[in-house]
Design a protein around this ligand. Structure first.
Ligand SMILES: N[C@@H](CCC[C@H](N)C(=O)O)C(=O)O
Length: 325
């Protein structure tokens, strides 16, 4: 039998599969198929998810394990901030370590256990890197880069846009709260994730409101997923653009980022042309799942056994506290 976990960071929902526990690892086609099937709410496995996080052993010394990210549509992403917090907790428990590196597609990232956000809500801090504003890295075509706080006629008028790869691609715009919560986000996100002349690999689109100094609200339409409760790399990229727009030179700031699924904290630092980004927030395990290895290879999800960890109750209490503050 094989095990899966259902997890979330700010209600950005994932299943975790540890390939090292299997007799035979799933190949890339099987992983893509599993992500599409298990994430689809129509297949009735805990109401689906935003994607599948695949844990494996690291390909080189220096990292405790490796994370790959498959979006709900089966596409593979280079990074996932909320997901990395949950994978960090998984590896921390598995190897009894609190501070280590995790291999991701583009970099080995520093991760660390943090004090619980409130009792019963384990928290992790994860590095978000590498960072680039370059058109080739995003990729972004037919617009001048770096794109920082510029209007773009073909997008939604009256807004300014910024683009950054961390290393997955993000488009960010600041606006009033009513517009953050409007249908404009789905409209623009859908347009830029179909064939378009700008973001040729698609893009994660975040609309943000500045609630106060270093206090943001961010809502994201994710590439390969659609509207999400939260996007970790999106909230970190948005914090970075916010700090760039509010400082002339170096900075070292903590930002509270609220989102439809809760809140996280980002640590955003600039020294000359070097940036250092960290995302801090919950890593919640909601369910344990057991399935035969054969069924896993065939994405046959009819015979899954599911148990509840009880952690979601603590998380919902945390959300209630946020709302009453
Ligand atoms: N939810 C993630 C980002 C997942 C990948 C994204 N959809 C992409 O295709 O780049 C996060 O928390 O960062």
């Amino acid at each position: 039998m094989a095990n899966l976990l259902k997890v979330h960071g700010s209600e950005n929902q994932f299943f975790i599969l540890d390939q090292t526990t299997l007799h035979q690892k799933l190949n890339d086609n099987e992983l893509k198929q599993l992500a599409q099937t298990i994430a689809d709410p129509k297949n009735n496995v805990l109401n689906g998810a935003d994607g599948l996080l695949v844990v494996d052993s690291s390909s080189h010394p220096g990292a405790l394990g490796k994370m790959r990210v498959f979006n709900a549509d089966g596409s593979e992403a280079s990074m996932c901030g909320n997901g990395l917090r949950t994978v960090s907790r998984y590896l921390a428990q598995k190897f009894n370590q609190t501070h280590f590196k995790v291999e991701t597609n583009d970099a080995d990232l520093d991760v660390q256990r943090e004090a619980d956000i409130v009792e019963g809500i384990p928290a992790f801090s994860v590095q978000i890197s590498p960072i680039s504003f370059d058109g080739k890295s995003l990729p972004l075509e037919n617009l001048k880069t770096p794109l920082i706080d510029q209007p773009v006629d073909d997008f939604i008028s009256g807004l300014e846009y910024s683009a950054v790869a961390v290393p997955n691609p993000h488009l960010i715009s600041f606006m009033g709260m009513d517009q953050v919560k409007s249908d404009d986000l789905v409209h623009l996100g859908t347009m830029l994730n179909k064939k378009n002349p700008y973001f040729t690999d698609g893009v994660n689109v975040s609309f943000a409101n500045v609630m106060d100094e270093n206090e943001l609200f961010v809502r994201t339409f994710e590439r390969g997923v659609g509207l999400t409760n939260a996007c970790g790399t999106g909230m970190t990229a948005t914090s970075l653009i916010y700090e760039i727009l509010t400082h002339d030179g170096d900075f070292d700031e903590l930002v509270n980022v609220y989102n439809p699924g809760g809140m996280v904290r980002t640590h955003i630092k600039r020294t000359g042309d070097q940036y250092e980004l960290h995302l801090i927030g919950n890593a919640t395990f909601t369910n344990k799942l057991t399935i035969s290895e054969d069924d896993l290879h065939n994405s046959n999800l009819n015979q899954i056994q599911i148990s509840d960890t009880g952690e979601e109750r603590d998380y919902q209490n945390f959300i209630k506290q946020l709302q009453t503050n």
